[in-house]
Design a protein. Sequence first.
Length: 449
Amino acid sequence: MPSGRHSRLAASRIKPYKDEERDLQGNNNPRFGTRDPAKLQEAQKRRDELKEALQKGIEDFQLEKYRKSEESIKAIKNKHVKAYYQRQNDRLNDWLEVDNLVKFVSDDVLDSMNPDADHDGEIDIDAPLRQQKGDIDAFLPQEVREERQKNKRKANIALNVNVAANILLLIAKIIAVFSSGSLSLIASLTDSALDLLCTMIIWTTSVLVGWKLHSLQAKFPVGRRKLESLGVLVFSIIMVTSFIQILQESVKKLLPSGKHDVVQLSTLAISAMGGNAVVKGVIGLGCMRIKTNQVQALVQDCWTDVIFNTASLLFPLIGHKFNIWWLDPLGASVLSLYIIYDWASTCLENVSRLTGVAADERIYQKLTYLGWRFSKVIDGFKSITAYHAGDGVWAEYDILLKEDTPLHRAHDISETLQYCAEGLQEVDRAFVTADYAEKGPSGHDGGSG
């Protein structure tokens, strides 16, 4: 049987009760007894049996042998075959992440179960979860932890770079607008001003989510991750509302009663708009691989800016060259409609996530593979449910165990599966329900929602 990396008696045992209190309570009180090595050994044996069953076969599975190298994929001419192997590699990455969780996390979680197995009022083992205050990431391999920290640092850098870039580009566009008066450039200026507001909203929500103040943890016991989706949602609404106003002004200028002057751009305005498109394109390319909701919202905004600034520059330039007065307000109208459509879609997506839309197929497959890894200690699964609660996902497992399964085994299996699920990057919270009958209630109010 495996001994476990943390399965050992504590060198200095924790004593939550003073000797005086023990005397006052009396020796007959079942809460205070003498240390029972037999019970401790029995509890350790149960933990070791579960660990052995869970970890059996992980090393022999050898998922890496099925991976196609990046060079081999690039050499494939057929785009459908190439896409198939790229999806296969993504799937292997997901499964390897699950294997790492089961291999490293389940060991420590099980070693944290029942630290006072002999019920003498003293903690007899160094429970890893207690030491790490429930932080699952602490049990992952060093390279995995470093990768997650690296991605977090990249996300912070991306946010900071966007703040600095948006301030500089906003100043450049203000100068460009005052030197031209183009409606297309005014629309672009509005876009940049809102870009800066967007970045500040996302940066603020990111900071609030990361704060570990005790008062905030008490007020928000399951975390503040929904703030990220709320930040993007608020910004989406602001963008749509603002560009409805720009659209209104553009339509007014197209009407017979509007001013029909041909707009001429200065060299300064052309340089400002061209530089804006280049800078935003570079930032968008740099942030593409950072897969967080906030940074992806900024990437979307960067590509929108590239299109927007290029078009904002071309419409008045072409209009001036061919003396077409209506091209500038028409361009502003088209750009406004594009922005309204684009950010309305983002708004609806975040509303869906905040209201519990189902997780995508890839996350379901990941959770199902995790369930399969527990198949040696679980008799079956009644259901696996995954849905968004903001940017992150909440997962629910309804597992099947034998009717005569002891409570301690049902608890240890369920809680280990829960912690492993919460160790996945996409999952914020997981819930595990144990059942003994395949047919029966789902465990939730059928009329809810």
